[in-house]
Each structure stands twice: as structure tokens, then as C-alpha cells.
Design a protein around this ligand. Structure first.
Ligand SMILES: C[S@@+](CC[C@H](N)C(=O)[O-])C[C@H]1O[C@@H](n2cnc3c(N)ncnc32)[C@H](O)[C@@H]1O
Length: 190
């Protein structure tokens, strides 16, 4: 199973029809298309490049998606705190596009910091990192450092890495702990 197949299984498990979802790097629209099939009430797709939004719009055809051109460090103002079930980041550059327009460590971190407050309890922030290129490696390092410091009473943080493939993409998952659920590791981790 690759990082995308793994992410899709988790997204399907977390999302229920009627949820609000955000694709924070919509690119060619593959992830947005997958999310649109999960019957969200609202689906936002953000990308800094107009070509990416155009590709996403074409792929989605009839599905209703709020397409937003801009940096994902600014979420639409109408998204209230704790209303989003899933925010997806597929970092890096647009496949087939200009490789110099890539996500950057600082703005990705800023966006993820803001995303923490938008996610519902039980919701998920799913981040695919690409350490195979220079900025991607820096970005992964910074995000892992940040994620490792999140309060364990509030966040369940995992990092999935394909350890027999050098520089393969990795999947960083931040799940907001639901108020009804006991953190699973409370007794064993001291
Ligand atoms: C790996 S691609 C995303 C692939 C996409 N999810 C798909 O399914 O086709 C990364 C995307 O992030 C976008 N991007 C780069 N910097 C960004 C930023 N600061 N805010 C939002 N999008 C950004 C790029 O334009 C590119 O389209």
C-alpha cells in the first residue's frame, strides 16, 4: 500500500456524509475529487496557482466545490473554529507544473497551526510530505518537530514512513482527540 492508498483508507474512516472538508493543496484535483465522493456538505479546495484551480474545476465537473486561489496560510473567514472534519495537505509542487512553485516550510507550518483550531474533535489533519527534494526535506523536518510537541491530551499524532524506500513520501497524521474518548496511551506513557 502506498501513501495515497493509506491516506484514502483513513479519510474514508473519519469522514461522514454532511461533513465540511478542506483540501489545502488541491493541485490537479485528484484528492479533491476523492473527497467530493465522500458526500461532504461543504468542500473547500485551496491552491496558490490558477492553473491548479482550473485543473481541479475540470476534474470535478458537476460537484459543488468552493475553489479558492491563494496561500493556505489564510483559510476562508467563513470557516468557524471546530467545524471541519478533515483537512488534507499534499505538499510539494504541482505534478507536470512549475517545480519552483512548491509549498514552503514556514507557510505550511503557519497553515497547519491555524488548521488545529478549525478541526472538530475526532477530525483529522492529513499531511503528505515529500522529503525527496530539498525544500520538502526541510518542510518535513520542521513539521515533525512541531507535531511531536503537540499536547498528547488533545492530539493523537502519528507519522507513517515507508522505511525500505529511500526518500519516499511520508504521511503525518494529526487527529484531534474527541472529548468522549480517553487518550489510548494515558496509562502507558507516563
Ligand atoms: C503535490 S501538489 C498537490 C496535488 C493535489 N493534491 C492533487 O491531488 O493533484 C502541491 C500543490 O500545492 C500548491 N501550493 C504550493 N504552495 C502553496 C501555498 N502556499 N498555498 C496553497 N497551495 C500551495 C502547488 O501549487 C501545488 O499545486
Amino acid at each position: 500500500m502506498n501513501h495515497l492508498e493509506c491516506a484514502h483508507i483513513l479519510w474514508k474512516q473519519v469522514v461522514q456524509p454532511g461533513d465540511t472538508l478542506v483540501d489545502a493543496t488541491c493541485g490537479n484535483g485528484h484528492d479533491t475529487f476523492f473527497l467530493s465522493k465522500l458526500q461532504p456538505a461543504r468542500l473547500y479546495a485551496i491552491d496558490i496557482q490558477s492553473t491548479a484551480l482550473e485543473a481541479t474545476r475540470k476534474r470535478l465537473e458537476l460537484s459543488e466545490v468552493h475553489l479558492i486561489q491563494g496561500c493556505h496560510s489564510h483559510f476562508p473567514k467563513e470557516i468557524a473554529p471546530e467545524t471541519v472534519k478533515l483537512i488534507v495537505y499534499n505538499l510539494g509542487y504541482l505534478p507536470g507544473g512549475n517545480k519552483s512553485i512548491t509549498t514552503c516550510s514556514n507557510t505550511s507550518l503557519e497553515s497547519i497551526q491555524k488548521a488545529l483550531s478549525l478541526i472538530l474533535p475526532g477530525g483529522l489533519i492529513s499531511i503528505t510530505c515529500y522529503p525527496g527534494h530539498e525544500e520538502g526535506a526541510k518542510e518535513e523536518e520542521l513539521l515533525l518537530k512541531f507535531a511531536a510537541e503537540l499536547d498528547k491530551e488533545l492530539w493523537c499524532v502519528t507519522h507513517q514512513r515507508w522505511i525500505n524506500r529511500r526518500k519516499a513520501p511520508s504521511l503525518l497524521l494529526l487527529q484531534k482527540i474527541s472529548r468522549q474518548t480517553e487518550p489510548h496511551n494515558r496509562e502507558s506513557d507516563g
